[in-house]
Design a protein around this ligand. Structure first.
Ligand code: NDP
Length: 415
């Protein structure tokens, strides 16, 4: 985006949009949580009484959340892990990353289980303190992003420095801010937020068991597949290095808040709904949910791996054949085999199908338990359009040739 060439009016509109985001996005997390906790996930019109339920952060939750992020940072910085290099940057260099996410994830789960077994923490702790934790996380991340904007500005390229302070805060002051060798974006992408999401899920399942005597099959299935999603991320941690977020996205409030607040507190909404809806589901419904999850997972994982592996080994077979591709003038290769020959983003389709499968066990009585797949569909459609613009700029007529060969954007035969 050529910020400098913005007209003053366009600039003001962007700034107003950024300012609105800073209020609306945290506000939405509060809205959703209160609707789920106090209105059985009904789509209510919020009044003053509704907003009065926003909890104040406690000194303990402030210390806890800061300590949590710090603890994950220590694990990321100190646990052993494979060192790999990311994709080449515009200046030709490639940043080094230490991959120890699976170990950090496993260790954190083991420590949490130990704390619960030893009676140091009730298993329902996160559910019980969810409102205060949400306010705490919002506050701390909003403040931490001020530091991030100032700090990251020092590592910005001349072009990135053209962003005004509001944009540097919201979008990010630079792409890969690092404290020494510690990559803030790579760390925040998953460690504190995705692992917290899993712990919140487990706490919600424990709450359901304490209220109703057992964990319902629907809760067990949703939690299992969400935990699988996170475990899979860490298992294939190196695959994240070739994704859009790592390669192109600046690191600021949007990504930082998204990973640290949005993910753990809104991606767990389906299990939150199920806490007070333990009704058994027909076996065929559960079987359908499991089948959809597995299908989505397969499309998501195999398509992401096909592209990722193709990048490092363009001769590796895909679906039993030598891969077909376009060798572009800029030097890169555009894969035409496997999922990448069926649609330009089948990985988004697989991801979205999993989201649908997480909401299905919540039934159709309420709209809000479907918030995630609805929001995610919007995000993925927008993301695909943005990626297409990026690829069109980068690959020019080679991209046109790819689009001519692979007609569908996300859903083969449909979209
Ligand atoms: P991709 O991993 O699909 O990366 C897109 C990039 O891949 C393009 O910019 C281009 O980069 C390259 N590319 C595009 N087409 C081809 C091709 N045919 N052959 C080779 N390379 C190609 O996108 P994302 O980073 O957006 O998503 C990664 C995963 O993360 C997805 O599965 C998505 O669903 C998931 N995701 C999940 C979110 C969540 O909240 N749960 C949020 C966002 C994403 P280049 O410049 O290298 O050519």
């Amino acid at each position: 985006m050529d910020v400098a060439s913005f007209s003053a009016r366009k600039r003001a509109a962007f700034d107003a949009g950024f300012a609105l985001m800073l209020v609306a996005l945290p506000g939405l997390t509060f809205y959703l949580q209160i609707a789920f906790l106090h209105h059985d996930a009904a789509l209510v019109l919020p009044d003053a009484a509704f907003w009065s339920r926003v909890a104040l952060p406690g000194a303990d939750t402030l210390a806890l959340f800061a300590g949590w992020v710090g603890f994950q940072a220590v694990l990321a910085a100190t646990l052993p892990g494979r060192r790999v290099h990311g994709v080449p940057l515009p200046d030709g260099t490639a940043l080094a990353y230490r991959l120890n996410g699976l170990l950090a994830f496993g260790l954190t789960l083991a420590l949490a289980a130990l704390a619960v077994a030893a009676g140091a923490l009730p298993a329902t702790f996160l559910y019980d303190r969810l409102p205060e934790l949400l306010t705490t996380a919002n506050l701390l991340v909003l403040v931490a992003c001020v530091w991030l904007a100032v700090f990251a500005r020092r590592q910005a390229t001349p072009e990135e420095r053209e962003r005004n302070w509001l944009e540097a805060y919201v979008v990010g002051a630079c792409r890969n801010p690092r404290v020494g060798g510690f990559d803030l974006k790579f760390f925040c992408e998953a460690r504190p937020g995705m692992i917290l999401w899993v712990l919140v899920d487990l706490s919600l399942a424990a709450k359901q068991a304490s209220l109703h005597g057992s964990v319902s099959p629907a809760m067990a299935v949703v939690c299992f597949f969400q935990i699988l999603y996170v475990a899979d991320y860490f298992w294939f941690e190196d695959a994240i290095l070739t994704t859009w977020d790592i390669k192109h996205e600046p690191f600021g409030f949007m990504l930082g808040w998204g990973c640290l607040v949005w993910v753990p507190f809104t991606y767990s909404l389906q299990p939150l709904y199920l806490v007070s809806h333990p009704e058994p589901l027909p076996v065929w419904t559960l079987a359908g949910v499991v089948a959809l999850n597995l299908a989505g997972f397969w499309i998501f994982r195999s398509s992401n791996l096909q592209k990722h592996r193709f990048r490092s080994d363009p001769k590796r077979e895909i679906w039993g054949d030598k891969p077909d591709y376009i060798k572009t003038e800029s030097g890169g290769r555009l894969l035409l085999s496997g999922w990448w020959g069926l649609s330009r983003h089948a990985n988004y389709l697989g991801d979205w199908l999993m989201g649908v499968a997480w909401s299905l066990p919540c039934g159709f009585a309420r709209l809000l338990p479907w918030f995630y797949p609805i929001y995610f569909a919007v995000l993925l459609v927008h993301r695909e359009r943005r990626d297409a613009r990026h690829c069109a700029r980068k690959y020019g007529t080679d991209w046109d040739a790819y689009v001519a060969r692979v007609r569908w954007r996300i859903v083969p035969g449909l979209y």
